[in-house]
Structure formats: C-alpha cells, structure tokens
Design a protein around this ligand. Structure first.
Ligand code: SF4
Length: 388
C-alpha cells in the first residue's frame, strides 16, 4: 500500500463505529474474545497474554448522534461518557466481551458502575492505577491489581496466563511502542512529511488492530511517507496538550495544521506512548510492568505528581526535545483533570517564556473557524516573536 492507501485504510477503521475489524478478528478463530478499554492507560499486555484483543474505545466522535446517552448524564460534563454509553446501548459494543475503566477521573469511575448495572452479561472492571510511586506501596498495590485482572481474564478465557505468555506479550508491545516512538520522532523531524492528521489515524488504528499488525502498519506508513515529496512550510512548531481522553474531531486537528502549525508532539491516545522505554522481559513480568508505570511513564494531568517541582517538567521536555516554539492547550469542555492542571502548566511555560494559547472542544465540535483563527493568530505571533 502507498501512503494514501494506508491512510484511507486507517480512516475506514476510525470511522467504523460498528467495530467490524474486531468482529472479523474474533470470527477468524473459535473462542476468541475482545476486551475494551477506556482512556487513558491499562496494561494491554495482560489482555494480549490471555489471547484476547484489547480494543480502545475513545467515544463516538463527531459523526455519531447521542440520543439515549444524554439521559444518563447532566449536560455540564464532557461528551465521551455519553457517546460511549450510546455505543453500548445501540449494540455497537456487542463484539466486546468485557470493558476496563481505568482510574482517570470521577466520570470514568461512575461510568464503570453504570456499565456494571446496564451490561450485566459482560465482564466489567474499574481498573485502579497507583498514585503513589514507591515500589513497596504503589508498586505492591499495582501488582495486586494486575494479578486480579490476570485471574479474571483467565476465568473469562478458560486458559491460564503463564509468565511466559506475559513475557511474549510484553515483547510484542515493546515493539509496538518502539514503532510509535519512531513515528513521533520522524514527525518531529519532518512534520511536513507526516502530518498529524495522518499520524493520528495511523495511531488510532492501534485501537482495533492486534498490536503485531499495528506495528507493521506504522512501519509501512513510515517507509511510504518518506518516499513522498511534500512541501515544507514555514509553520510554527507546537506541542498539543490536554487531549488525552475525549479526542478532538479529526477536522480540528486538520484546522490547526491548516492554520499554520506543525504539531510536533501531542498527548492523543496516550496509552500508546505511556511507557517511555522497553519493559525488560525477565522472570518478573508484572513487577517490570509496575516499575515501568511507576518510574518510566509519561506525565499527564490525571496522574499525580509526587513533587511540586515535577509539575510541568514533562511538558517542558516535550517542548525542548521536539524543538517546539509554543504550546496549544486543547482540552475537552468540562474535563476536570486537564482544565484544573492547565493554569499550573501555563504558569510554568510563562516562566520559561514559552508562548501558549488555549481552547476547549467537544468530540463533536463542528465550528472550526474560530479555532482556525485562534491557531493561525498564534502561529503568526510565534513567527513574529521568533523573528524579533
Ligand atoms: S474527558 Fe476529562 S472529564 Fe471527561 S472522562 Fe475524560 S478525563 Fe474525565
């Protein structure tokens, strides 16, 4: 496939809210099961080690009408829980045998309770993640939580998950993470060759494809897009921050790019880059997954910062290592984690004289003109300042 065919394939997967790719994967062999997960992070290695397909559920997007889902939530919260409920109520998630709701915020926690009540025939787990990074405290807790998940999936799949299974799955995901890192590095070096609107779709395909296939897809995209000769523009290089849960519409990402910005780093679909390096493959797989989470993972607003001095350091590193000239804070409306942290991050950027701008969106935001104007003005001002 050439680059256009790869992107079109990814777009079809992205738009398919009936998750036919998952249904087809299950139908290819008897007894296969699929487990959905909400943003941001769950250890997909354990699901994979159980012989199951991990499926990322990131809401309904901008082409999906929410009717019943609105009745379950007040209007002043984000849209992702409502559209996810709508996906469930309309049978679109019937291909899933279970759902994991990681501890990201109260909304997702409440959604896990509602899911347990509404979809009684499915496996449902609120998957708690540590907010203490001491191996003997947060680490023990997390290893215990992963052990419970392992036992639950053993019951559901009817097969033991051995340490060898876990090691193989860790190795598979190490390769996938390496490919994702290569993609991000390539985009930061040549953002005109790998626009974020494409990179986003290639990554999003990882929500429904087996990780082995997704790794191959990323590698093909990298090889093919490097063959293209695309025009390089004098755009402003920006980091996008705050879009880790409910995703912006694809049109919004395109609008930011069309306004004159190259997105050189972001926090979309954070699960794919959550662990910052390879997880060692040794005789303590859960222990290594825990250490990677506690000591070598991204910072984001739904994760506790142990020391006040840590706040914003990850974002500063993103700006520095990617050669960014500014930060765009783009968070879902009513997103408590992102919007509560934003002023603290803005203060740190101001101290370091890094320009930023901020706006909110919903996954079904339709009016792109104001965002395009704002992003365009931001890009122009960066170019003026850097020329001064
Ligand atoms: S968008 Fe924000 S508030 Fe809404 S579920 Fe996600 S993290 Fe929670």
């Amino acid at each position: 496939m050439n680059v256009r065919e790869i992107v079109t394939h990814c777009e079809h997967l992205f738009e398919d809210l009936h998750f036919n790719a998952v249904t087809q994967w299950k139908a290819a062999a008897p007894g296969r099961k699929a487990i959905g997960y909400m943003p941001i992070y769950v250890p997909r290695e354990i699901i994979h080690a159980a012989g199951m397909l991990p499926v990322g559920i990131f809401g309904g997007g901008d082409q999906f009408e929410v009717i019943q889902g609105d009745a379950y939530y007040q209007s002043y919260i984000c849209r992702i829980p409502r559209s996810t409920l709508e996906l469930g109520l309309t049978g679109r998630l019937d291909c899933l045998d279970g759902m994991l709701f990681p501890s990201i915020c109260d909304v997702i926690r409440n959604l896990s309770g509602m899911w347990q009540i509404m979809f009684k025939d499915k496996y449902v787990k609120y998957f708690d993640l540590p907010q203490n990074y001491d191996d003997s405290t947060g680490g023990s807790f997390y290893i215990h939580e992963m052990g419970v998940l392992r036992g639950d999936l053993e019951k559901l799949s009817g097969r033991r998950i051995t340490d060898e299974d876990l090691r193989s799955s860790i190795a598979v995901y190490n390769e996938n993470r390496e490919a994702v890192r290569a993609l991000y590095t390539y985009r930061a070096q040549k953002p005109w060759q790998a626009p974020t609107s494409e990179v986003y779709l290639v990554l999003r395909a990882g929500c429904v494809l087996p990780p082995e296939d997704h790794t191959l897809l990323i590698r093909s995209y990298l090889a093919e897009c490097d063959k293209e000769k695309r025009p390089q523009r004098d755009n402003a290089r920006v980091v996008l921050c705050g879009s880790f849960c409910e995703q912006p519409p694809l049109g919004l990402i395109k609008s930011i790019e069309m306004a004159g910005c190259y997105v050189v780093d972001d926090d979309f679909q954070l699960i794919q880059s959550w662990l910052l390096d390879a997880v060692p493959v040794n005789d303590d797989p859960l222990g290594e997954l825990s250490k990677a989470f506690l000591h070598r993972s991204v910072s984001t607003s739904s994760k506790y910062d142990e020391k006040k001095s840590d706040k914003g350091q990850f974002l500063l590193r993103q700006v520095k290592t990617r050669g960014a000239e500014g930060v765009i804070f783009a968070a879902p409306s009513f997103c408590d984690p992102a919007l509560l942290e934003r002023p603290m991050l803005q203060e740190i950027l101001a101290k370091h004289k890094i320009p930023y701008t901020a706006f909110k969106y919903a996954e079904n935001t339709g009016q792109m003109a104001p965002i395009r104007e704002q992003a365009g003005t931001f890009a122009d001002s960066i170019k003026l300042w850097s020329a001064a």
